[in-house]
Design a protein around this ligand. Structure first.
Ligand code: CMX
Length: 451
């Protein structure tokens, strides 16, 4: 067994191959399986054309262009997120820890995994004091997403991958060190996220983690909300399950993968992915959704009618704004993650006014978006963000700016799994070709001459 030194919860320098050995071995098996699949695919036709690119796609955010492989999850436009062989509906009662296992291995773990993972997280927990010092020194109005991204970045020099890469390690082992970094980061996330909440919105005192609680339960508890209890922990589990991954092409996952493909450590890659998630067209939409609901409530009162909501939607669109929580780049149906949140809301929050407004929006918005801009909106249906804020609000989490942090904590599971697998498969640095307007115009001219 190799030496392992604990410092602020970090294992310095070395891998301890006994830690999380079942998960580590299952990742190894998954990599072998995936490598065989790729070999078969290559034998079947390495030069087969999968997707053609139009001028419209090149100028349109590469929408619909098939140019990436991501083996953690897949989003079907009509049935939504699939992780391994499972749909959102199959997974909504699981723990986020189990989903991390699933993302990395394609399988759900055995029943004793949760206990093993809890112990591992306890050992690796402990956000360094220097991280707290940096976060506490920031201006009071710093966005919590900047704090989360920066908090991860402060710990970058602890990267086990980076230290060992500098010493020299074989490419085939890169993923093992990245896995080590992943466990170190994931263990610290509940404390880091809850600490950010308490620094930014509370009195700055940090609440100690409870070694007997699960990952999401600890995060819920350490926020220190007055009415938090088992229900908030249950909602947090669901929240952290539903946001964990959404294949490889979304802004945050793709950014994280591009950065890691340069062999920048997972810390850099996670921080970069979070910076993309912080945008209002991506992860920040969930804070905007609750803001939107509260604006409706403020203007029309608790018993707002569907007609009044329709009026508000039209006014919002007329002023050139988007309706937060509606539309999607890939999905063409109601997001099953939205459905899972609605199911939770109906079970636990049906009397809550904000939840009721979210329900009314669902009845009103799709019909309006269907005809808006001459039917240009590709999906008039709700996405994951449309209802989650209303639920968090019910449990006293009334600081909207914090919502994307919760999204980020969950999505880091996906960033980690995607980067571990990509490294294990030896995927190269990502470097697509870009061209200029002149190049495109010349290409069009050449096509005309040839026809
Ligand atoms: N409200 C108003 N207009 C919308 C709209 C909405 N909810 N969704 C799409 N549109 C508009 C677009 O702005 C675009 O108009 P222009 O061409 O005039 O700019 C047109 O419809 C076509 O866009 P699209 O092909 O349907 O959607 P995109 O793939 O370009 O964008 C998304 C997808 C999510 C950015 C967009 O639907 C949107 O802005 N939604 C609101 C913000 C939101 O909820 N984001 C969270 C998504 C989930 C996540 O990734 O985290």
């Amino acid at each position: 067994m190799q030496q392992c030194i604990l410092l602020f919860g970090f294992r310095c320098f070395d891998l301890n191959l006994l830690d999380m050995s079942i998960l580590r071995n299952e990742i190894k098996n998954n990599l072998t399986y995936l490598k065989n699949e790729i070999e078969h695919i290559f034998e079947g036709g390495r030069d087969t054309v999968l997707s053609e690119v139009t001028v419209g796609q090149v100028y349109g955010g590469m929408r619909g262009l098939t140019a990436l492989v991501c083996n953690t999850s897949y989003v079907d436009p009509y049935s939504g997120l699939h992780i391994g062989d499972f749909t959102v509906e199959d997974l909504s009662e699981k723990y986020p820890e189990e989903i991390f296992y699933l993302l990395c291995t394609g399988k759900l773990p055995e029943s004793d995994f949760l206990e093993e993972f809890r112990k591992e997280m306890n050992e690796r927990s402990g956000v360094p004091q220097y991280t707290w010092d940096v976060l506490k020194a920031l201006p009071e109005d710093t966005h919590p997403m900047s704090m989360l991204s920066l908090g991860i970045l402060t710990m970058e020099q602890e990267s086990v991958f980076k230290r060992n890469y500098l010493k020299g390690i074989p490419k085939s082992d890169f993923w093992k060190y990245t896995f080590e970094d992943a466990l170190n980061v994931i263990a610290k996330l509940p404390e880091l996220a809850a600490g950010i909440y308490r620094i930014r919105f509370g009195d700055g005192t940090l609440i100690k983690r409870d070694p007997d609680l699960d990952w999401a339960g600890n995060l819920a508890m350490m926020l220190g909300l007055p009415n938090s209890g088992k229900e908030l922990a249950r909602l947090m589990r669901l929240y952290l399950v539903l946001h964990c991954d959404h294949e490889g092409g979304n802004v945050s996952a793709f950014t994280s993968r591009v950065v890691n493909s340069a062999l920048s450590s997972l810390y850099y890659a996670i921080s970069a992915g979070l910076n993309g998630l912080a945008g209002p067209l991506h992860g920040l939409a969930n804070q905007n959704c609750l803001k939107f609901i509260l604006e409706i409530r403020h203007r029309f009162g608790d018993l707002v009618s569907e007609e009044e909501i329709a009026l508000y939607i039209k006014e919002t669109l007329d002023s050139g704004k988007v309706i937060p929580g509606y539309g999607h780049a890939v999905l063409r149906v109601t997001d099953p993650r939205f459905t899972a949140f609605m199911k939770f809301g109906k079970a636990y929050c049906s009397e809550n006014v904000c939840f009721q407004i979210a329900e009314k929006l669902f009845k009103v918005v799709p019909d309006i978006l269907k005809t808006y801009k001459g039917g240009k909106v590709a999906s008039p249906w709700p996405n994951v963000d449309a209802a989650s804020g209303a639920l968090l609000f019910k449990y006293g989490l009334n600081q909207f700016d914090f919502y994307t942090v919760l999204f980020g904590v969950s999505r880091i599971l996906g960033f980690c799994a995607q980067n571990i697998l990509a490294q294990g498969l030896g995927q190269p640095i990502i470097r697509p070709k870009s061209v200029t307007n002149k190049w495109v115009a010349d290409q069009l001219m050449k096509n005309k001459v040839n026809h």
